[in-house]
Design a protein. Sequence first.
Length: 731
Amino acid sequence: MDYLKGLNERQREAVLHGEGPLLILAGAGSGKTRVLTYRIAHLIEERGIFPGNILAITFTNKAANEMKERIGRLLDGDVDNLWMGTFHSVCVRILRRDIDKIGYERGFSIYDRDDQVTLIKECINEMNLDRDYYRESSVLGTISHLKDKLIAPDTYINENYSNLYARNLGKLYALYQKKLKQYNALDFDDLIIKTVELFRSAPEVIDYYQRKFQYIFVDEFQDTNKSQYELIRALTGKYKNICVVGDPDQSIYGWRGADITNILNFEKDFKDTTTILLEQNYRSTKNILNVANHIIKNNMERKDKELWTDNEEGNQVIVEKLLDDKVEAEFVANKIEELVDEGYSLNDMAILYRTNAQSRSFEDALRRRNINYKLVGGVKFYDRKEIKDIVAYLRLIQNPSDDISLKRIINVPRRGIGKSTLEKIEKMAQEKDESMYSVLMEISHIKGISTRAKNSISAFVEMMSNLMAMSEIMSIDDFINHVVHKIGYMEELEKEGTIEAQSRLENIKEFISVAVDFVVDNPEGSLEDFLSSISLLSDVDKTEDIENSVTMLTVHSAKGLEFPVVFLVGMEEGLFPIARALEKDSDLEEERRLCYVAVTRAEELLYITYTQMRTIYGRTSYSQPSRFIEEIPEELIDSSTVHRRKVDLRSPFINVVDYTRDEGLKPKDTASTKVDGGDMDVGTKVSHKKWGQGTVVQMKDKGNDKEIVIAFDTVGLKRLLLSLAPIEIIK
DNA sequence: GCCCTCTTGTTCGAT
DNA sequence: ACAAGAGGGC
């Protein structure tokens, strides 16, 4: 095969490896995607393996599609039968076929985070527990961790019997699972563990898949949890042709149960494993790689390893100190414009941050300059109320046991089925051990409900049963269009006539066009398939491809991606590393790995920025540069001081951008010049340590402090905090 | 049942 | 800073 020529020796060895377990420890940018695609292509073309006998698990659906496409191009052949997708999508595919063998129905609903919260609230209320003490998020967190580790509710209850709080958590977990089953619903964790359960309890099923999947691949193996590991173990029971690719230094999902020992102990669990190290980096300049190496080597819990590259030296990394988040965003936006002038495309650039909340100031700055951007994780299209409502209708149609969906939409739009009626029905359903929908179907025989409500309910049931019948015969896109009209949702919004209603209408139309696309791509796909596909999309998958645009995303989402120019922003103690990670060494090391991931996304240019003050939850506080910056040797940093000011006339108050690397504005520097707010008002003349004379033009209360805007004679408008500003009143 | 005000949590990361 | 939820008044 020609393409072997382009590979280095290690890569070639991995591609050509025959049978038996294969562990590829692939450093960042070492060409692992290439190895994976070539190896799969090689298996099909040279070893005559049928694509349907290969399973490859990737981290996002996008990665799966891209890889599939590449393999298709290499082979110039049909790869449709190749099983490729995320753990979750592969499991759904398996479960849709055989979940009835473990007591669920095949039309099961998939519950997202919101549904989980609704459900756990139900459980907490039912057990009469204090919601201040048993917080939804932390209860769900505990449940999720137990599930990741395949610990059943009973086991947990027994192990913690003497601890009331833990025992109650266990009972909540048990009740939560019971309800999921009643509603014929699975949460994300269930998708994995129910597949494992299916394999354990139905030998013919596991036997089928063990025979089918002669070769199995798992990418990003360092981020698998125990249940995913067990799934893989079960599937490889027969052939042991398991190839995993990972990098312990890029393990960043410990908080959701990823177990790094999966990769560290792989050789013990799978006998006769061949291990291949890929340490040559093809992605980044020497300087960038050096920075990454210097940061990661501070981790103690780590096998020594150092990536190297033949790429050129490249520019030094630029580290910029900026006043606050607005100035930081202005700096990045300016830089982007400069780089475009130098010939870079917007597609080449990405802004990486630790938390999603940081995106806002960058959005503002880019929008002001008409720079296109795409925000990964920001488009909450599927989280919009109207979309969730329509999805709830569709779910109920496909799965009438789904009480959560039923309760969401039974009175949306309003049909006069109120809270008290619903409570009665819910109670009735519980007593009869039936779904609420089946109670609704027998509503005429039920006492204690007004005729009026009964009529509304009968109309609702009739409408739904018509829709259920139609769902069998219509195409998905036509059907959804039919549903949104029949249920009166469109009508309701049209009547409303507000701008908000208008945008909801447009979103629904957009949703229908998503369905049209789905039908085009999956002519054989069912409604269930459509619903699962939308609930399993990752943020990266969901991001609209906007031509010629800067990408903005969290470091977590950036895993597996690369960009010629990376802006790593908000590099401050307490933000990156995040405050909550400072207490535990292991958490701090995960932050450091995350930083390593961030740095290694960059190919040519890396900008690292941090601010001197940052506002979180509306409170401004002083920040210190991240320890990870301190870990970079001086000689790798471009230390040329930039002194520039630009005035943006379009925006009166945030217009003055100051890029100076001054050391001022620290609390201790300013203590001696602190001004008492009482003496100051609009019109007061002041003198600033650095900016000279100016006049106060605006004053605003800010907690215990005051925010003042001063028009300086030389530098224009500045926003300052009274308690901190190094200013004096001129009498 | 609905509207208003006040309080509270949120944002660490995500399938 | 802001949204969602609680609680009170109509």
